[in-house]
Design a protein around this ligand. Structure first.
Ligand code: SF4
Ligand code: SF4
Length: 410
C-alpha cells in the first residue's frame, strides 16, 4: 500500500480535521489480503488498485492520518466507488466497508468536495416533502406535455441523459390511510421515496393494492421525505441526519415501515435510529405473510429476477424469487450475473461511462431474452430499462410487486 500512497499528493494539515471521526480502527481491520478484489466491479473495469476496496481503504487511511491531500487524485478513486458493498460479505476480516466509504466521503465533503451541478439541482428538490411534491408534478407535466422528449435532444449531455430515464412516470398514491380489503390483519406504513415517487408511482400503487388485498391497512404519512441516501453517499452527513430525523417523526408508532426501493430501505435501516429496525423491503413483508395472499391467477411469460446490490449485500432480505414462483404458469429464473448494474444511486448520472459499461456487461450475460426483467430498486430499474431500449431488446422491466398485483387482478 506504500506504493499506492506515494502516487498521491501529500496532505495539508487541515485534512486531518476533516477526517477527525473517521473509524480508523475499522479500517485497520483490513489485512490487505485482496480476497475482495475479484468481487469489485470497478476493479474489474479499471484493473487499478485505487479502484479496488483494498486500495480505497488504504487511501482513506492515508487521508484520515493526514498523509494524503483531500483535494488530490485520491478523491477520484473514492468518488468512483459504487457503494455496492459486494466486498463486504466476502471479507474474512468482516471490514464494514459501507461505513468506511460513507465516513471517507464525509471527510471529503468537510474538506470542500461537492458533487456535480445536476446532483445539487436534484438535491434541492429532495430536501422537503413540499419540494418533492413540486418535483413530482414537474416530472408528470414534463412527460405529459412532451417537454421531456425535447430534453432528450438538448446539447447538454447530463440533461439529455436524465430525460432518457423518465419514461413512464405516474402519480404516487395519496398520503393517508388506505383501508384493508376483507378481513383486517393489521397495519403497515409505506415509504414513498423522493425522486422515485413519480418514477415508481405504478410500483407504489401496486404495493398499496397488494397489501390491502392481504388485509393490511396501508398508512402513508404525508410528512415523510427523502431517506437521505444520496446525501449520505455524497458525504453530507448533516443533511442525511436531518432527513432521518424528519422521517422518524413522520413514521411514529410501531408498525413496520415498508419500502419498494431496497436502496432507500437500507439507508433507513442503518440510520442509527431505533425505528430503523422497523424498516423492511416490501417483498420481505409479503413473503413473511404470504399466507394472507388471495388466490393468484396465472400469468404467462418468462421472468428473469435481478437482485439489486442493496438487497443482496446490505439488506440481505426480500428475495422475490420464491414469492413469484407462486404465480401459476410464470417461468422464473434468477439472473446469474452478480455484479452491480452500475445504477448505484446517482452514479449513473455522475459516472455515465462506467455505469453504462457495467449495465452492458450485465445485459450481455443474458443468453435468452425474457419477457420481464424484475428488480426491486428504482435506480436499477430505470438504468436497465434505458439500456434495454437502446439495445433494442423488447424486455419489460418491472418491480416484482407489480407482477403480484397483476396476478391478483388488483
Ligand atoms: S477489505 Fe477484507 S477482503 Fe478486502 S483486502 Fe481488506 S481484509 Fe481483505
Ligand atoms: S462497494 Fe462495490 S465498487 Fe466499492 S469497493 Fe466495494 S465492491 Fe468495489
Amino acid at each position: 500500500m506504500r506504493i499506492l500512497k506515494r502516487k498521491f499528493p501529500r496532505s495539508s494539515p487541515e485534512s486531518r480535521d476533516s477526517f477527525h471521526d473517521f473509524p480508523l480502527l475499522d479500517a485497520d481491520a483490513c489485512v490487505k489480503c485482496g480476497l475482495c478484489l475479484p468481487h469489485c466491479p470497478t476493479y474489474a473495469l479499471h484493473q487499478h488498485e485505487g479502484d479496488s476496496p483494498r486500495g480505497r481503504i488504504a487511501l482513506m487511511q492515508g487521508l484520515a492520518q493526514g498523509e494524503l491531500d483531500p483535494r488530490g487524485s485520491a478523491v477520484q478513486h473514492l468518488d468512483g466507488c459504487l457503494v455496492c458493498r459486494a466486498c463486504e460479505p466476502v471479507c474474512p476480516a468482516e471490514v464494514p466497508y459501507g461505513r468506511l466509504i460513507d465516513a471517507g466521503r464525509t471527510g471529503l465533503w468537510r474538506a470542500g468536495r461537492r458533487p456535480s451541478a445536476l446532483w445539487r439541482l436534484l438535491a434541492a428538490f429532495r430536501r422537503t416533502p413540499r419540494r418533492i411534491a413540486v418535483l413530482e408534478r414537474l416530472l408528470l407535466f414534463a412527460h405529459r406535455s412532451g417537454v421531456i422528449g425535447l430534453f432528450r435532444h438538448l446539447p447538454v449531455p447530463r440533461l439529455r441523459r436524465l430525460a432518457a430515464h423518465v419514461t413512464r412516470p405516474h402519480a404516487a398514491p395519496k398520503p393517508g390511510r388506505h383501508p384493508a380489503k376483507g378481513e383486517r390483519r393489521g397495519e403497515v406504513m409505506l415509504f414513498l421515496g423522493c425522486v422515485a415517487r413519480p418514477l415508481d408511482g405504478r410500483v407504489l400503487h401496486a404495493c398499496v393494492n397488494v397489501l390491502t388485498a392481504m388485509g393490511y391497512d396501508v398508512n402513508i404519512p404525508a410528512a415523510q421525505g427523502c431517506c437521505g441516501a444520496m446525501d449520505a453517499h455524497a458525504g453530507d452527513r448533516e443533511t442525511a441526519q436531518r432527513l432521518v430525523t424528519a422521517n422518524v417523526a413522520a413514521f411514529g408508532g410501531d408498525s413496520e415501515i415498508l419500502s419498494a426501493a431496497s436502496g432507500c430501505a437500507i439507508v433507513m435501516r442503518e440510520s442509527g435510529d431505533a425505528s430503523g429496525a422497523r424498516v423492511h423491503d416490501v417483498m420481505d413483508f409479503i413473503s413473511r405473510h404470504a399466507d394472507a395472499l388471495p388466490a393468484l391467477r396465472p400469468l404467462h411469460g418468462r421472468v428473469l429476477v435481478h437482485q439489486p446490490c442493496t438487497q443482496r449485500n446490505a439488506l440481505r432480505e426480500g428475495r422475490p424469487t420464491e414469492l413469484l414462483r407462486r404465480i401459476p404458469d410464470l417461468e422464473i429464473a434468477e439472473l446469474a450475473w452478480r455484479d452491480c448494474c452500475g445504477a448505484a444511486g446517482s452514479y449513473l448520472f455522475e459516472h455515465p461511462g462506467e455505469a453504462d459499461a457495467l449495465g452492458t456487461r450485465l445485459l450481455a450475460s443474458i443468453t435468452a431474452a425474457p419477457d420481464y426483467l424484475v428488480t426491486s430498486n428504482t435506480g436499477c430499474s430505470i438504468h436497465l430499462a434505458r439500456l434495454l431500449r437502446e439495445q433494442g431488446m423488447a424486455v419489460k422491466v418491472r418491480h416484482p410487486v407489480e407482477l403480484l398485483a397483476e396476478s391478483l387482478g388488483v
